[in-house]
Ligand binder design. Structure first.
Ligand SMILES: [Mn+2]
Length: 373
């Protein structure tokens, strides 16, 4: 192009870390819910492709970990291939990550991909030219499950009239990472119009042209908060990409503090009705409960089952302590180790929550020893 700038804007969706096929072995999901969750991830993936059609997306970038190699079948990969084939106008560019590395035996090599799908198969910096839309996508794929080398050291672009995008799966946060350390400073030196990263499951804009897309559906309680895709427009002059929430569910971690005045029903209510019904069935919870409860009550199986029936999935971590009548226990045990312990603890600040909890926990164990004796 002579003197005329390429003002063409392309519409882009950046996703990755989808982990299709995941069996959720690292979670406490029951087998039925694991199966359901696996289907939900497929669903969300298909919704991303539907959105490509609806929004007339030119380019879908997949930044690694599209699927879980260990659990994926040829049927599964054919399902992806046939859905890509029906995309109305979107071109798909894929690099692989540590969960779906591409090598001789890889499922990627067992199907014939349609013309709109471009898989970067090299394990070294290379490019794919999408000539009709003036885009060059640079990047590389993983060929094994670990990669200590920074394979993006010697990077460049060769035609600034094109839109230049870098697509890669790696770790910008840890230069000693086993998951391909990426040197951000190095990336920033090259004038990419957009850098689409994968590997970190929480979406993050490093700056307005460099982003981790995160997993569109969170996979465990390490991935709380909103999840989705990154979408927008890119031209040689301007990059406008934003996060779009897209997940069916969120993982939620909560703290709830109980007190000694609560009865059985109060305890259930304070846990269940801290969330709306819609949220309880939509989201997945890990609840940390603490505080002091009536010494005759406990968070037993009945309580837990009643709570569980009102959530799609909830894990409860019980850190409550029983409300002891310290004075009475002291009088009864003045001359034994329980009495010594109470005396010792009373010398400290019992208004302090941590000290009070230490007192209760100590008592709990000493008193239960006494019962055994
Ligand atoms: Mn991943």
């Amino acid at each position: 192009m002579t003197g005329v700038e390429n003002m063409q804007k392309i519409k882009v969706i950046h996703t990755g870390d989808i982990h299709l096929g995941l069996e959720f072995k690292n979670t406490n999901f029951d087998p039925n819910f694991s199966r359901q969750r696996r289907l939900e991830i497929w669903n969300t993936f298909e919704k991303i492709l539907d959105r490509c059609d609806e929004k007339e997306i030119d380019l879908l970038l997949i930044a690694g970990d599209l699927f879980e190699e260990d659990y994926f079948t040829i049927g599964d990969i054919k399902r992806i291939e046939s859905r890509f084939r029906t995309l109305k106008m979107t071109k798909v560019v894929i690099v692989t990550g540590n969960h779906d590395p591409i090598n001789k035996g890889s499922l990627y090599n067992l199907v014939e991909w349609p013309n709109n799908v471009y898989i970067i198969k090299e394990n070294s910096y290379t490019k794919i030219e999408l000539e009709d839309i003036n885009i060059t996508v640079w990047g590389l794929s993983w060929d094994k499950k670990e990669e200590k080398r920074n394979l993006l050291e010697d990077i460049h672009i060769d035609n600034t009239e094109n839109i230049n995008i870098l697509l890669a799966h790696g770790d910008i946060y840890n230069k000693n990472s086993n998951y391909m350390p990426i040197d951000l400073y190095n990336i920033k030196k090259v004038k990419f119009n957009y850098v689409a990263l994968g590997h970190i499951h929480k979406h993050e804009f490093i700056d307005d042209k460099i982003a981790y897309c995160g997993s569109p559906e969170a996979l465990d309680f390490g991935e709380t908060g909103s999840h989705g895709i990154i979408e927008g427009e890119i031209s040689t002059r301007e990059t406008r990409m934003t996060f779009v929430p897209f997940s069916e569910r969120q993982f939620v971690q909560k703290e709830i503090t109980l007190n000694e005045n609560m009865n059985y029903q109060d305890i259930i209510n304070s846990i269940v009705y801290s969330e709306s019904e819609e949220e309880r069935f939509k989201n997945l919870y890990k609840l940390n409960i603490s505080g002091v409860i009536d010494k005759d009550l406990s968070i037993n199986e009945d309580v837990i089952n009643e709570i569980k029936s009102m959530f799609t999935h909830i894990e409860i971590i019980d850190n409550t302590v029983p409300d002891y009548d310290i004075e009475t226990i002291y009088k009864e045990n003045e001359n034994n180790i329980i009495g010594y312990f109470i005396r010792e603890m009373k010398g400290k600040d019992l208004e302090n929550k941590v000290i009070r909890r230490a007192l209760y926990l100590g008592l709990e164990s000493l008193l239960s020893e006494k019962v055994k004796l």
